[in-house]
Design a protein around this ligand. Structure first.
Ligand SMILES: [Zn+2]
Length: 219
């Protein structure tokens, strides 16, 4: 005879479920990259157990409300244009194109670059359906068209996705018929090393030894 603690015998509705608000929290964590159901559950219970993590809610709200994308370089910022784009001291004719805001952070920390940036917000990831349309390439082309840009330095990561992304950016600039110098950070970089892990000296060398892909026509 079926019993309530032995489901499957006419007790199909016997489902062990978390309370709705908890389930909602778990599902929210599950949307984070690399977080599966088990990790999401662990994080959710951690939040419930430790009251200090409530700060997370405030931080989430604040980050969502008070950050935007810079209208020029697409980086995350509180003010638009961002501090780097509004800095008169910087060489605004040279744009270093990077994948992520953390690359800007790393290059800035190194102090090796005094130009401005353009953040693509990712790289081509064909497996995950991320193509050129998901990146800010169109905005970069518009920007180069509008502003007086002398050089675009392609600083995407030296891995397969980064190389493919650099190529697509180069093609977009070519396609727009823009006359400017386009360079790629030197390959002396450790294989696969993202910008964010490089030290000042390495970054300086990579900038110094950048490879010219398109040069300005002789005057
Ligand atoms: Zn900016």
């Amino acid at each position: 005879m079926p019993t309530p603690w032995h489901p499957g015998h006419g007790f199909g509705l016997l489902v062990l479920a978390y309370p709705k608000p908890l389930e909602r929290l778990i599902r929210a964590f599950e949307r984070f990259p690399g977080i599966g159901r088990r990790s999401a559950e662990r994080l959710a219970f951690h939040v419930l157990r430790d009251p200090s993590t409530r700060e997370l809610a405030v931080a989430l709200e604040d980050a969502a409300k008070n950050t935007r994308r810079c209208g020029r370089c697409a980086n995350v910022t509180e003010l638009d244009p961002c501090a780097i784009c509004s800095d008169e001291e910087r060489d605004r004719s040279t744009i270093l194109v990077v994948e992520e805001p953390r690359d800007v952070e790393a290059v800035e920390r190194s102090g090796a670059f005094s130009g401005v940036y353009h953040v693509l917000f990712g790289s081509l990831q064909p497996g995950e359906g991320i193509d050129a349309r998901h990146l800010t390439i169109g905005r970069l082309v518009e920007r180069v068209r509008r502003e007086e840009i002398r050089e675009v330095v392609l600083g995407t990561d030296p891995d397969a996705e980064g190389e493919a992304t650099a190529l697509v950016v180069l093609e977009a600039l070519d396609h727009a018929g823009l006359v400017l110098r386009v360079t790629r950070l030197a390959r002396g970089l450790p294989a696969g090393a993202a910008l964010e892990y490089l030290h000042r000296g390495v970054l300086e060398d990579a900038l110094e030894g950048r490879v010219v892909l398109r040069r300005l026509p002789e005057a």
